[in-house]
Design a protein around this ligand. Structure first.
Ligand code: SF4
Ligand code: SF4
Length: 472
């Protein structure tokens, strides 16, 4: 007979069927940690959220103590806690992937430029300029994307990423240079692996060669690339080690890698086939000699269960060393709750802020001394992270309250990225709709909800034309 579940913690969760708040309980059910909740209308749901109780408790010890009063949570991101803001500029795309947060595809519409500028104003006014990411849909299908980047830079945004599938970078001569000249500081490149069949399964088309061409174009344009693999169980989870080795081999242009295990957002109807974050860490560690699963540490900014990260220093013999080996408990405690995700990665990567000691650069604490032996290693490292985006199965209001990745809304708020994208089992973006956050209301809805499709193209080029399909 199966053991009775052991209660580990209580929280406020959301019903996966309607996304209404309900009490939630984290339980050890013998095969890892489950989040169990009962909705008065939709009954009891229990979903595995962490593969190992031991790892769950280990990770919890790293997390900042935000002491959330979940009755008070208003589902906005605090001004001083929003590390990155994601700005959707279109629902159009030149692909129609099997897995897509935004449920985008050909035929989507562009957001009017004036509205995008308002969203940027929201980001700027809510705590000042911070790293932003133009997203979609596929932002590069807008002919005026370089203009939007220039506009953002003029508004004081120093870090402007473009989230892209890379097709236009690969196929349009000089496009990477145009983005770099406009002020893009990094390309956030969809990069699921090296095998053609991986792309056929996840993106519906073999674009493996185009990914390499996009990276080559970025190299020529001196435009840093973040590799962003969506990790799908049984499809490309065995490619994670090869992706890391590819990143190390191309570290002159690859700035970091952010693995994103697939979650139940947008166009992804299956109820099974998702990874707990710690399981991804274990699989990655099994494929990379330098890594132990616990070299991937929770980022001391959002919840322990949002992101695990390390940084790899290439060795002369083709291997690598995980720098988190040198972050001891005292060092981590001094960081916990005081630095944001960007500072953490910069600390590890020894970029400009890291060289000045991330904490003092951020002004959030008095700085820190690195452990002996670590300082010399902060050159030419490859940060590697895994983000466990929180879908309705894993919905935890405390995690949403501590989110550090925000989406600006037409109402002038910054809201948690996972909340903005969270979909019910029926494909409704229920939180988005309930709170008037804008955007597409349902997975199958054809347009951005707040877009006036009759609005003519703006005189300043706001309605960029759609480039032809490039994936075939
Ligand atoms: S995942 Fe990206 S490339 Fe694929 S359909 Fe969605 S927006 Fe387009
Ligand atoms: S976006 Fe999601 S996974 Fe990332 S910090 Fe926010 S709540 Fe956590």
């Amino acid at each position: 007979m199966a053991n009775e579940p052991t209660t580990l913690a209580e929280t406020t969760s959301l019903c996966p069927a309607c996304l209404e708040r309900v009490p939630g309980t984290y339980e050890d059910r013998g095969d890892g940690v489950h989040l169990t909740r009962t909705c008065p209308d939709h009954g009891t749901t229990s979903r595995q959220v962490w593969g190992s109780r031991d790892h769950w408790e280990w990770a919890d010890a790293f997390g900042p103590d935000f002491s959330t009063d979940t009755d008070e949570v208003d589902l906005t991101v605090e001004n001083d806690h929003a590390c990155l803001a994601v700005v959707e500029v279109t629902s159009d795309c030149n692909l129609s992937c099997s897995y897509c947060f935004a449920s985008s595809g050909p035929g989507g519409k562009h957001r009017p430029t004036a509205e995008i500028v308002e969203l940027l104003e929201t980001v700027r006014s809510e705590g000042g300029p911070r790293p932003i990411q133009f997203s979609g849909g596929e932002p590069t299908v807008r002919a005026d994307l370089p203009d939007l980047v220039e506009r953002a830079r003029e508004m004081g945004f120093e870090h402007v990423q473009v989230n892209t599938n890379g097709l236009k970078l690969a196929t349009v001569d000089g496009y990477a240079g145009r983005l770099a000249a406009a002020g893009v500081t990094a390309v956030y490149l969809q990069f699921d692996g090296l095998r053609p069949e991986t792309y056929e399964a996840i993106r519906e088309v073999d674009i493996a060669a185009e990914k390499r061409e996009a990276i080559a174009a970025c190299r020529d344009a001196n435009l840093p690339v973040v590799l962003v693999p969506t990790v799908v169980p049984g499809t490309n989870d065995d490619e994670m080690g090869d992706i890391v080795r590819f990143g190390l081999e191309n570290a002159d242009v690859v700035q970091s890698i952010n693995f994103q295990p697939v979650a139940h957002f947008g166009r992804y109807a299956e109820s099974e086939g998702r990874f707990p974050l710690d399981e991804v860490a274990r699989r990655l560690a099994a494929q990379v000699d330098a890594l132990d699963p616990r070299d991937l540490l929770p980022i001391p900014c959002c919840s322990s269960y949002c992101q695990l990260a390390t940084a790899l220093k290439p060795d002369d013999d083709g291997g690598a060393t995980a720098l988190t080996t040198f972050i001891d408990d005292d060092t981590f405690d001094s960081l916990s709750g005081l630095v944001d995700e960007g500072d953490w990665m910069e600390l590890l990567a020894n970029t400009t802020a890291g060289k000045e000691r991330a904490c003092s650069a951020a002004g959030c604490c008095g700085g820190m001394d690195l452990p002996a032996g670590a300082a010399d290693l902060f050159d030419q490292v490859l940060p590697v992270s895994i983000t466990g985006f929180m879908d309705a199965d894993a919905a935890d209001v405390e995690r949403l309250d501590n989110c550090c990745i925000s989406v600006p809304t037409p109402d002038g708020d910054l809201v948690p990225f996972c909340g903005y994208n969270m979909t019910t089992e029926d494909g409704d973006y229920a939180l988005r709709n309930r709170h008037d956050w804008g955007g597409r209301p349902a997975v199958e809805a054809p347009e951005l909800a707040d877009l006036d499709v009759d609005d003519p193209p703006a005189a300043d080029g706001g309605e960029g034309e759609t480039v032809p399909e490039e994936g075939d």
